[in-house]
Ligand binder design. Structure first.
Ligand code: GN1
Ligand code: CA
Length: 288
């Protein structure tokens, strides 16, 4: 390979510098060559520097563009973040407001629930009281119903008794009572009555018993005997004795006692006695 003269000279110079002395022309050429080499180096360095500058400029432009792009992207992202934050803050505010409203509503509902529970307790208490009262009233009603039934029964009995009394009163008002004027046996006294269209008195009610007891003063015959059949007392109208107003332990048929007398000095409700029919006393007659 053929070398450039300059570099050939340089190579020669180095060898000759070491081993040979130099001439003046030779030194001038070397100076020219060195200047040319310096110029070339300078140009080369300048070109390199220019390239470097261009490269740096391109890099700077690229970096700047990239930075602006990034900046815009960051700005957009920040704006989006800000919008998101604002939206979240709005949502947070709304949610806080709603939370407050819900808390208020929960408090109101809690107070209302408490009020309702109080009302419920009060109503339960009143219900129990009313149930107790209803039970008491039901018992009282049953008691009153029983009393009403008893009173109705008594009323019926009283009405029956009033009717009987009315009938008895009518009978007594229609009847005419009188006594025989002499002491006679039971049969004679009865005959005395019959001779006057009457008969010995028949007493079947308490009212008539008390009435007769009140109008006489002496022991008198009444129209009752067991002459026909011992121990079977019958009235002069042949009706059987259903209810008697006997003195204590009578009739005792002491000896032979088949005819009944009324003793007004004894208890008016219990003053009959059986005596011998031959005994002599006045009789009380009844004429209807
Ligand atoms: C009379 O008198 P006395 O005690 O024997 C009565 C009886 C009575 C009895 C009651 C005729 O009998 O009928 O049951 O008392 N006799 C006469 O104590 O009056
Ligand atoms: Ca007797």
């Amino acid at each position: 390979m053929e070398l450039d003269p300059v570099y050939q000279n340089v190579g020669l110079r180095n060898t000759e510098d070491t081993f040979k002395p130099r001439t003046l022309n030779h030194r001038q050429d070397e100076g020219k060559h060195e200047k040319q080499r310096g110029s070339r180096c300078l140009v080369l360095m300048t070109v390199c520097l220019g390239l470097i500058c261009v490269l740096l400029l391109v890099i700077i432009i690229f970096i700047t563009a990239e930075r602006e792009s990034l900046f815009k992207s960051y700005k957009n992202t920040v704006e989006e973040f800000n919008q998101t934050i604002n939206s979240l803050q709005d949502n947070y505010t709304d949610l806080t407001q709603k939370k407050l409203e819900l808390e208020t509503r929960v408090n109101n509902l809690t107070a209302e629930k408490s009020q309702l529970q109080n009302n419920f307790s009060s109503l339960s208490q009143k219900k129990m009281e009313l149930e107790t009262r209803v039970n008491n009233l039901t018992a009282e009603k049953s008691q009153l119903q029983r009393s009403a039934d008893t009173l109705s029964q008594k009323n019926l009995e009283l009405e029956t008794r009033v009717n009987n009394l009315s009938a008895e009163k009518s009978q007594l008002q229609r009847s005419f009572f009188f006594k025989s004027n002499e002491l006679k046996s039971w049969s004679e006294s009865r005959q005395y009555c019959r001779d006057r269209g009457a008969d010995l008195v028949i007493i079947k009610t308490e009212e008539k018993q008390k009435f007769i007891s009140s109008i006489i003063k002496d022991r008198v015959w009444i129209g009752l005997s067991d002459i026909e059949t011992e121990g079977r007392m019958i009235w002069v109208d042949n009706s059987p004795l259903n209810r008697g107003f006997w003195s204590k332990d009578e009739p005792n048929n002491k000896g032979d006692e088949d005819c009944a007398e009324l003793i007004p000095t004894h208890d008016p409700g219990n003053n009959w006695n059986d005596v011998p029919c031959s005994h002599r006393m006045k009789g009380i007659c009844e004429k209807n």
